[in-house]
Design a protein around this ligand. Structure first.
Ligand code: GUN
Length: 292
């Protein structure tokens, strides 16, 4: 793992420390899991990985390690690349029926022959620790975040809170409109009364928009897309993109340029990634609490 203290040396006051926030969340989850276990309930998360996509394999492994740290039982389903959509949906149906399984996570992206929307609809909303089911997404869109909501956007909201950043009335710009990050992040920022712009691959003059952002969230998977001259002085920047090149991860934000302009920056690695996994743990606990 890249050594964060070395990577961000000299910029400690500018960097949102995702590993610290994640460890605080995991500490809270661990305590509550232990109480639940004393009451006879062992929270359990089932993950499903289809295929051999190396970054996905790593993310699933990191999720299982996190389960171990907080005392959640984890169940690992690895399916071959040529698994049919029907076979995957059957496994999800089985896990939906299993009273000993609280959370179900199907790692995205899926192979091209499987429709991700069908899969998101198949997971029982009560076990949907990713918050991707239309009923959970719909509640989020209506301003109700009391249920299960997507983990990365939730992690960004937690970081904003823990760093005392006001959202109401600020101009937030989200770059990327995926179902996993961009859209639910936009919904959460709107729920907190930000003035919102959502940009994406078809947006003209991206920098015109990003330069207006008090809060900038970038989730495109385009390495180094956001340069220093695209960011407003003092902005809070969340880099959510991840590109792997020869065992190293790179974000969507050119850290070395943007760090001098931004007020705060959530970097890659060590920003939103670890918080996302900690939120997943808290969602599995939440799902298990509803078993009682
Ligand atoms: N792939 C990238 N991010 C995520 C996530 O939050 N959940 C799932 N299931 N897959 C992902």
């Amino acid at each position: 793992m890249q050594d964060i203290s070395e990577l961000y040396k000299g910029y400690e006051d500018k960097v949102i420390d995702g590993r610290r926030i994640a460890s605080e969340i995991e500490g809270e989850v661990k305590e509550k899991v232990s109480v639940l276990k004393d009451e006879g309930v062992e929270p359990a998360l089932a993950t499903i990985l289809v295929g051999e996509h190396p970054p996905s394999k790593l993310y699933v492994k990191l999720k299982h390690w996190a389960c171990k740290r907080v005392g959640i039982r984890s169940i690992d389903h690895k399916l071959p690349e040529d698994t049919s959509e029907g076979e995957l949906l059957s496994l999800i149906a089985e896990l939906n029926e299993d009273d000993e399984v609280d959370g179900i996570l199907v790692q995205m992206p899926l192979p091209r022959h499987i429709d991700p929307l069908k899969v998101m609809r198949a997971v029982s909303p009560a076990k949907d620790v990713d918050g991707f089911h239309p009923s959970n997404m719909g509640r989020l869109m209506q301003g109700d975040e009391s249920g299960l909501v997507p983990c990365t956007p939730k992690g960004i909201m937690i970081a904003l809170e823990r760093y005392g950043i006001e959202v109401q009335g600020r101009h937030a710009v989200v770059v990327g409109h995926s179902n996993i990050v961009g859209k639910p992040t936009a919904a959460m920022l709107l729920n907190r009364n930000a003035t919102l712009s959502v940009c994406h691959v078809y947006t003209h003059d991206l920098s015109h928009h990003t330069r207006q952002a008090d809060i900038l969230v970038v989730a495109t998977g385009v390495k180094g897309l956001i340069r220093g001259d695209m960011v407003k002085k003092g902005a809070v920047v969340f880099d959510v993109g991840i590109t792997w090149i020869e065992d190293r991860v790179y974000g969507d934000v050119e850290f070395s340029e943007v760090v001098d302009v931004a007020g705060l920056i959530s970097p890659v690695p060590g920003g939103v990634g670890p918080i996302t996994i900690a939120v997943l743990m808290s969602h599995t606990l939440k799902a298990a609490l509803s078993r009682k």
